[in-house]
Design a binder for this molecule. Structure first.
Ligand SMILES: [Zn+2]
Ligand SMILES: [Zn+2]
Length: 187
């Protein structure tokens, strides 16, 4: 059976947000081959398939109902919407937070945006992976400068980035201009 394709998260198995494991989805009850293992901001399902994330069924089903206001219960999300630029339409934010697999970060799993759209999440990255994306490294250096870090502090930090350990960077690519983008855990 074909698995859903996500514009903003092209390969959730490669990024570690999903794993190949036969399971019965706790939302649709179907036997599925790929299981979502990323965060759910809502009720935690026993098991969740990617189809239910894409269709929005997971977001509606796992939403937390607000007491006394059953109508407008909160919808579950798979990533948080933080620092969304003004030129990004709400429909994109909705697609990313409610219909796209999220990812687990040590601290904050904020999605990145570029060219008025969400960027595609490529996965956690260490210094080695980031070297293929000089613009992403430049972006991290700029962030550090804003925090008042010295250049040696910044370079030491970048070299300590580890795909598997802490600290980790999170790599994205703009779907329009192709620029590499990265966020990082503030250690
Ligand atoms: Zn399902
Ligand atoms: Zn761009």
């Amino acid at each position: 059976m074909t698995e859903p394709i996500f514009r903003y998260h092209p390969d959730p198995v490669a990024t570690g947000s999903a794993s190949r494991a036969e399971h019965d989805c706790g939302v649709c009850g179907m036997r599925r081959q790929i299981r979502y293992i990323g965060p759910v901001y809502g009720r935690q399902p026993d098991s969740l398939c990617l189809h239910c994330i894409q269709s929005g069924e997971a977001s509606s089903t796992l939403g937390v109902s607000v007491e006394g206001d059953e109508e407008s219960g909160m919808l579950a999300m798979f990533s948080d919407a933080v620092d969304v630029p003004d030129d990004v339409p709400m429909s994109v934010v909705d697609e990313i937070t409610r219909h796209t697999p999220g990812f687990t970060a040590w601290q904050q799993d904020s999605w990145l945006y570029h060219c008025g759209d969400g960027a595609a999440y490529l996965g956690p990255a260490g210094y080695r992976e980031l070297q293929a994306f000089p613009e992403a490294l430049a972006m991290l250096r700029e962030d550090h400068q804003r925090y008042g870090w010295t250049q040696p502090e910044s370079e030491d930090f970048l070299r300590s980035l580890d795909r598997e350990g802490e600290p980790t960077a999170y790599l994205f690519r703009c779907l329009h201009c192709g620029m590499g983008l990265a966020s990082w855990d503030i250690g």
